[in-house]
Design a protein around this ligand. Structure first.
Ligand SMILES: Cc1cc2nc3c(=O)[nH]c(=O)nc-3n(C[C@H](O)[C@H](O)[C@H](O)COP(=O)(O)OP(=O)(O)OC[C@H]3O[C@@H](n4cnc5c(N)ncnc54)[C@H](O)[C@@H]3O)c2cc1C
Length: 318
């Protein structure tokens, strides 16, 4: 038996498997196997698994719900770890939530308790841990606005950061710059409000989102990050029509549309005909085609506008 697999198998409360097909763990439904896949609800077991992964000298990474990952067709020659604890507690206007919880469950939990602040995140797929990591958001709001504290493991010890220390920005946080850190839980501060009104807001958002991203669509939402208008080169910013600018951001879709991205295809990987920043697997698509299509789009936009699109999705095993 593989010695790393044997050591991981000895850790209590850790579920371990070998040659786990990551296509089964990603929304794109693309990707070869991870040599080893291990998940647990226990902080102690997760820390032990990380120690084994580190000492093995093999590559390792932490995943959540796999909704923002593009995994190579050859898979991941390493150890894929997942922290799946999902507890949530509310005390007054504060909510404590484990990183493995589904973000939508947290949104529902807060709405049911008449707590405002997360309702615009309704319908964003994935886990709470990854939402903190990538500062997930929609409709002009991001999770960072409500995060009070984040509890995480830095590879040596468990630490707690307050909001400022998390260095949140648009789809950014300190955790994104420390790939070896794992978020275990977060505490949020919300605002008391009428539950029925919050529910209506969330339901309306989910309805619109489901039209744009049908629930069975094999995709990662937006492939590229939008641009902050203030950060675009002035010569480019002046070319952008005012009507496309929203909350100080220029949608990546604007540039993609100008270069003819809508409806482009490579194998079974398609750019949606109605949304230039949405790429999906029409069934049986490959990571190679997906990556090649992304590179083609980046090249086209760079050639025409001399701006560089940046992926919101994360690559694994490339
Ligand atoms: C249809 C669709 C619509 C979407 N719409 C939006 C949207 O409106 N707004 C938005 O912000 N995003 C959106 N996304 C992107 C996606 O939902 C978010 O990026 C989400 O936060 C990813 O969660 P996940 O658990 O699936 O993470 P994964 O895809 O599994 O991982 C993403 C990254 O998070 C890291 N990570 C995961 N868990 C942890 C942890 N516990 N500690 C540290 N790092 C961790 C991983 O290492 C990886 O780098 C959309 C995706 C889809 C498929």
């Amino acid at each position: 038996m593989d010695p790393t697999l044997a050591r991981l198998s000895e850790i209590p409360n850790l579920t371990v498997s070998r040659d786990a097909p990551l296509s089964a763990h990603t929304r794109f439904a693309i990707g070869g196997p991870a040599d080893i896949y291990a998940e647990t609800e226990s902080v102690e077991s997760f820390i032990q698994a990380l120690a084994v992964a580190r000492s093995s000298g093999r590559d390792f990474m932490v995943m959540g719900g796999g909704t923002n990952l593009i995994v190579s067709d050859l898979g991941f020659r390493g150890i894929m770890l997942r922290f799946v604890a999902r507890r949530m507690f509310a005390a007054g206007d504060r909510v404590q939530c484990d990183a493995g919880a589904v973000l939508q469950d947290l949104v529902d939990f807060t709405i049911d308790r008449g707590l405002q602040g997360l309702e615009t995140l309704a319908g964003i797929p994935g886990s709470v841990g990854a939402a903190v990591y990538g500062n997930a958001g929609a409709y002009g709001h991001s999770i960072s606005e409500r995060v009070r504290q984040v509890r995480f493991f830095d590879g040596e010890c468990v630490r707690v950061f307050d909001n400022a220390a998390c260095e949140f920005h648009y789809r950014e946080s300190v955790f994104k710059r420390h790939k070896d850190w794992t978020v275990f839980s977060t505490e949020l501060r919300l605002t008391p409000a009428d539950a029925a009104t919050l529910r209506k807001t969330a339901d309306d958002i989910v309805k619109v989102r489901n039209e744009k991203f049908p629930v069975a669509m094999k995709c990662a939402g937006s492939i590229f990050k939008n641009f902050l208008l203030a950060e675009l080169p002035p010569a480019v910013a002046t070319q952008v029509p005012e009507k496309v600018i929203r909350e100080g951001k220029v949608p990546a879709a604007y540039f993609l549309e100008q270069v003819g991205a809508k409806g482009m295809k490579r194998g079974e990987i398609h750019v949606a005909g109605y949304h230039a920043n949405l790429i999906y697997n029409a069934g049986g698509g490959t990571a190679a085609d997906l990556r090649a299509l992304i590179e083609e789009l980046k090249l086209r936009v760079h050639r025409q506008f001399v701006v560089d699109l940046e992926e919101e999705v994360q690559y694994v095993g490339f």
